[in-house]
Design a protein around this ligand. Structure first.
Ligand code: HEM
Length: 234
């Protein structure tokens, strides 16, 4: 008779928990204390590695959500978009945690980064690739339904599923805008605003990239509605 505490899964580790989650490998992915230039490297690596995992999950959900939108299956698409947005919230919170890093201590961590830069983040690159695909799948759906953004927003009760989907796209875009703003403030707080990054990018360039919007027509429709409502200032 086997004990339920005995592992039955293949792999490394003394328990099935460790084997399934591959905790030995996972916990070996951060520099050990003896190889750290500064003890806050663990904070820095944990935040970046965890963020890459959350973005991997978010992009996985977005990829499936795009297929659902293409197939006109809006309820599952909306469900996965909510989850992807919640994933970005985790990245946001993780980024906030870097405010625990003191400016001078960061320079010891930075000495270990080589030419490493957030521009090469696989998660952010995938977000950059997938977001326009999501926008295009949505606009094709709107055309296929014979609707318009104006109709969807002006008569949202009659287009409830499209409206719900559109608002989830807005959530995604807004979270990315908010993260860019938070990141810039973090960068200014840690290294300053008039310096250059590990790949030679001046921090002020990050400021010019703040307003990247993947779903511009969904932002524009607000202007049209306000004008139509007659509440724009003269
Ligand atoms: C001490 C904290 C941080 C500093 C000082 C910092 C600094 C910088 C700098 C200077 C750049 C411009 C590119 C370069 O020359 O490297 C950059 C870009 C970037 N960083 Fe960070 N960063 C920090 C934390 C983070 C975190 C926590 C993340 C992700 C969770 C992140 C993701 C990115 C991304 C995605 C870009 C490209 C931004 C864009 O496409 O506009 N960074 N960072």
């Amino acid at each position: 008779m086997t004990d339920v505490k005995d592992p039955i899964l293949p792999g490394q580790g003394g328990t099935d928990y460790e084997r399934y989650l591959r905790t030995d490998e996972l916990l070996a992915l951060q520099s050990p204390p003896g190889r750290m230039a500064h003890r806050d490297e663990l904070l820095f690596q944990t935040i970046h590695q965890a963020s890459e995992l959350w973005m991997k999950l978010a992009c996985f959900e977005i990829t499936t959500a795009i297929s659902h939108v293409q197939a006109d299956h809006l309820r599952p698409a909306i469900r996965l978009l909510r989850r992807a947005v919640a994933g970005l919230d985790q990245v946001h919170n993780a980024t906030l945690m870097l405010e625990h890093l003191a400016p001078w201590d960061y320079h010891s961590v930075r000495s270990q980064l080589g030419h490493g830069s957030g521009f090469d983040s696989p998660g952010f690159r995938q977000i950059h690739d997938l977001s326009p695909q999501l926008a295009s799948a949505f606009m094709t759906l709107v055309d296929r339904r014979g609707a318009s953004l104006h109709d969807i927003y002006r008569f949202s009760d009659q287009h409830a599923d499209l409206f719900d989907l559109a608002e989830r796209l807005m959530d995604w875009d807004e979270r990315l805008l908010l993260w860019r703003t938070l990141h810039l403030k973090l960068v200014e707080r840690v290294i300053g605003s008039a310096v250059i990054g590990t790949q030679g990018t001046p921090v002020e360039v990050l400021g010019r990239r703040l307003d990247i919007r993947y779903f511009q027509p969904l932002w524009d429709i607000r202007n049209a509605l306000t004008a139509e409502a007659g509440t724009s200032p003269a």
